[in-house]
Design a binder for this molecule. Structure first.
Ligand code: NAD
Ligand code: MG
Length: 401
């Protein structure tokens, strides 16, 4: 039996992971489930999957969860970051689905890598923040890193089986990273000022958590994914070309020097990359229907509009600067997206705020995790300070609320 810890089990990726696990009770077992505060959803999952551990982010949420379970229930309910790391490195665990959103996922994901687990990486923010340290932890711990982000999973599937980390050794020319373009593809810049959170989270093809949906709308998601691709596949930013492909049928491609382009195609359903990562190198049923190419009929491609959507260029710049700059980009973006979702700033303020924070940052080399965590904290403080000082809309919505 293959024991799986699902970090962020109540989220979009977490629920899809449990859906795949439930299809294969003979192969996989949910060993530990974790969530931030959604005790109701967690109680349902605990009753269905009967994990050994259920870990909530804080004591209050854990206490609420206990009241929702029968008093003699066998699952141990725990709380806090130390226990997230404990269920990630536990001796009985084989695989860890890293599906906490944002920087909060870094420490438990790193713990899984250090403990040599199979790491199913959905939490791209962890890699963006601490790429070199994370990849080193994977090597030192002897972990297996399987990308779950659909694009990176597609690239992984399109790469040579024994990819060494060196493009030239395998005749690889470029990674073609596809992007749907988000809900505002083709919009004029002046129309973007007034978009609402509800419009921004309504992704045309994928059903996802709020934060990544807003990132998809600003194209910051593609920027984070560009950085993710560079760390995962050990390449430079200009080895990765973003290709807007509105149908999201091709999930990304690898271009070779003999003229071949290898792609992975599929439904926009995260159960495909999740099942691929769980079963690799085998394949298992994921509950996903086959593609109907006659129904799809056509595939379109266009370049990304980096002028209207400056977040992509900011991310490329952060990766090229290196050191602590990607961590700062990520943290400033988390603050900005949160402020936008609370209607404190406009949609177009998101990249403006990120750019302002990056402009104030003096990057330092990442020798240790503490450096990354300090940069993350500095960027959050700076973003919050600039929010109240320089962003005219900031805080307006709090009046009377
Ligand atoms: P989500 O918001 O739906 O779920 C997030 C999960 O993390 C929830 O279970 C939540 O309880 C937990 N969580 C949030 N904050 C936490 C904290 N401080 N401590 C502990 N747990 C916390 O998000 P999602 O869409 O499932 O995305 C999860 C990750 O996967 C993100 O990093 C995202 O970029 C990545 N990803 C998602 C998709 C997708 O289709 N949803 C695709 C590719 C990559
Ligand atoms: Mg993606």
């Amino acid at each position: 039996m293959n024991n799986v810890t699902v970090l962020g089990s109540t989220g979009s990726i977490g629920c899809s992971t449990l859906d795949v696990i439930a299809r294969h009770p003979d192969k996989y077992r949910a060993f530990a489930l974790t969530a931030s505060s959604s005790a109701d959803k967690m109680a349902e999952q605990v009753l269905q999957f009967e994990p050994v551990f259920a870990v909530m982010a804080n004591e209050d949420a854990a206490a609420r969860l206990k009241t929702l379970l029968p008093s003699n229930h066998a699952t141990q309910v725990l709380a806090g970051a130390d226990n997230l790391a404990m269920v990630s490195r536990h001796d009985d665990v084989h695989q860890v689905m890293a599906a906490i959103v944002g920087a909060a996922g870094l420490l438990p994901t790193l713990a899984a890598a250090q403990a040599g687990k199979r790491v199913l990486l959905a939490n791209k923010e962890a890699l963006v923040m601490a790429g070199p340290l994370f990849m080193q932890a994977v090597r030192d711990g002897g972990a297996e890193l399987l990308p779950i982000d659909s694009e990176h999973n597609a690239i992984f599937q399109s790469m040579p089986v024994a990819y060494s980390g060196d493009f030239s050794q395998h005749g690889i020319r470029k990674i073609l990273l596809t992007a749907s373009g988000g809900p505002f593809r083709g919009w004029a810049a002046d129309k973007l000022d007034a978009v609402t959170p509800a419009q921004a989270v309504a992704h045309p093809n994928w059903s996802m958590g709020q934060k990544i949906s807003v990132d998809s709308a600003t194209l910051m998601n593609k920027g984070l994914e560009l950085i993710e691709a560079c760390f995962l596949f050990n390449c430079a930013a200009n080895d990765v070309q973003v290709v807007v492909h509105p149908q999201s049928v091709i999930h990304s491609m690898v271009q070779y020097n003999d003229g071949s382009v290898i792609a992975e195609l599929g439904q926009p359903d995260m159960r495909t990359p999740i099942a691929y990562g769980m079963a690799w190198p085998e394949r298992i049923e994921a509950g996903v229907a086959s593609l109907d190419l006659f129904e799809i009929a056509r595939l379109d491609f266009e370049p990304a509009d980096e002028v209207t959507f400056p977040a992509l260029a900011l991310a490329r710049q952060a990766f090229e600067t290196g050191m602590t700059m990607p961590a700062v980009l990520n943290a400033a973006n988390e603050v900005a997206v949160d402020a936008f979702l609370r209607e404190q700033i406009a949609f177009t303020d998101i990249p403006r705020l990120v750019q302002s924070v990056m402009a104030e940052h003096v990057p330092v080399a990442i020798g240790h995790l503490d450096t990354v965590l300090a940069a993350d904290e500095w960027a959050r403080e700076t973003a919050n300070r600039l929010l109240t000082k320089d962003f005219p809309h900031a805080g307006l919505n709090e009046v009377g609320s």
